[in-house]
Write a protein that binds this ligand. Structure first.
Ligand code: ZN
Length: 452
């Protein structure tokens, strides 16, 4: 029988977690599974679910054998995924090195200014300290994969990318870290019209371990340059066979046309599918919250066969996006999926910085927020929200996923929720963990316990 796990703590624990031995599981015995009554034994072979059988109490061939994790009636569900998280600018508000950079106004411009000041001081030592903390905390919350954004520009050069690639290697057995080389700064505006950053991004695209290329067209100083930004980064992603991930239409200005129509037209004209272009992900897209139903339907038609999905980032959007009139906006992800048939997920985006000071590394904390945000509290709604930080999140970033029905042959990537102090409060269903996520969790990836 495996010993109970311990949560790696603070700075010392972060390194230990990456280096410790992983326990391989053969069976998870007596687990509560989503959408099924009674208890079940899940056997694992080659990192996949080999069988799911009804649990018999004290079955001699299973209980207390090496490689058996006794679930004791706890809920076992598919593991979690960050479809969108920034690895380099996390925990700036917690790190004493940046303690003078306090939020005074709490608006977008200030967040850009504070982050630019922080970036000027980035060193590999603090990038490792803060980045490791995000990965370790995420693993302890049940995360087995993430798309991690690291910035590339003339200020940080390749510091963030180097650290991201190193963390990807360091945690390879415990968490799939997809690295997105990301241009947060303009590719065509500014002093040198973006010459340097484009050169650096081209070099970044050639580095081993870079999976995704991303940019933020809305930071350009004209609509023409925004389009040039999209055109250039999508051509680079296509030519290097990378995923494309854009921070798009991150504003609420109804007088400004969304860029989505241009993006889809461009991707179609570049024969994205025929050239086997990888999946395209669009983050934020708060401008789309003004769309009318017929405009949503038209948008879906414009996408057609293109492999496009959306990621809603509600914690950041709620903090950053407001108009003078008090309008707030974040993508209504359940409506996009249910009403219009888009593929979409929900993610954390930032942790502990001026773009998103509130929240932590638990994807379920965002799913939980969304119950109230979208008024989605039914059992099936909570299962959709869970999917948006689990299976759908993995699909959006192009990784294999399992379903809430947990089927034989699916990846043995799970999170086992801890027992509460009382039977009443022990989480028995997906709805209960979404309503009130419990922190203690055992994380399993490829059939191995990753936070043991
Ligand atoms: Zn982001």
């Amino acid at each position: 029988m495996l010993s109970d796990y311990t949560i790696a703590n603070q700075d010392s624990g972060t390194t230990e977690l990456a280096q410790g031995r992983l326990d391989s599981l053969i069976t998870i015995s007596g687990a509560k599974l989503p959408r099924r009554p009674l208890l079940w034994d899940v056997s694992i072979s080659n990192g996949k679910i080999a069988s799911i059988d009804p649990h018999h109490f004290n079955r001699p061939d299973v209980v207390h054998k090496p490689g058996t994790l006794e679930a004791n009636g706890r809920l076992l569900a598919p593991s979690l995924c960050h479809a969108h998280i920034h690895l380099d600018k996390c925990f700036l508000l917690q790190d004493s090195k940046f303690s003078d950079l306090e939020i005074v106004k709490g608006d977008f411009q200030e967040a850009m200014t504070l982050t630019t000041k922080a970036k000027a001081r980035f060193e590999k030592s603090d990038l490792f300290r803060r980045g490791r903390q995000v990965v370790v905390e995420s693993i302890n919350y049940g995360v087995t994969s993430m798309r991690a954004f690291v910035e590339v520009d003339g200020d940080v050069m390749f510091k963030c990318l180097d650290v991201g690639l190193q963390l990807k290697k360091e945690f390879a057995e415990r968490c799939e870290i997809q690295i997105c080389a990301f241009a947060q700064l303009p590719l065509y505006s500014g002093e040198d019209d973006g010459d340097l950053i484009r050169k650096l991004m081209e070099e970044a695209a050639s580095r081993d371990g870079v999976d995704v290329l991303g940019s933020t067209p809305y930071v350009e100083d004209s609509e023409f340059k925004e389009k040039e930004n999209v055109r250039w980064i999508s051509n680079l992603a296509l030519s290097r066979s990378k995923f494309l991930d854009l921070h798009l239409d991150y504003h609420l200005d109804i007088t400004k046309k969304p860029l989505t129509g241009y993006v889809f037209d461009l991707l179609r004209r570049s024969n994205w599918k025929e050239y086997e272009g990888k999946a395209i992900t669009l983050g934020h897209c708060t401008r789309l919250t003004h769309l009318k139903p017929e405009e949503w339907r038209r948008l879906k038609q414009e996408i057609g066969e293109l492999p496009v999905s959306f990621v809603g980032l509600p914690t950041s959007d709620l903090f950053m996006m407001r108009t003078k009139e008090g309008y707030r906006g974040t993508l209504h992800v359940p409506d996009m999926i249910y009403k219009y048939g888009f593929q979409a997920a929900i993610a954390i985006n930032n942790v502990g910085n001026a773009f998103t000071p509130q929240g932590n590394c638990d994807p379920l904390s965002v799913a939980s927020l969304c119950v109230g945000l979208y008024c989605t509290g039914t059992k099936s709604n909570t299962e959709l929200l869970y999917d948006c930080v689990s299976s759908r999140a993995k699909q959006v970033v192009g990784l294999p996923s399992s379903s809430l029905d947990l089927k034989v042959g699916e990846p043995a990537d799970f999170v086992l929720f801890e027992k509460a102090f009382s039977k009443l409060r022990t989480r028995k269903s997906i709805a209960e963990v979404v309503y009130d996520p419990i922190p203690g969790r055992i994380t399993i990836r490829n059939g191995k316990v990753t936070n043991g």
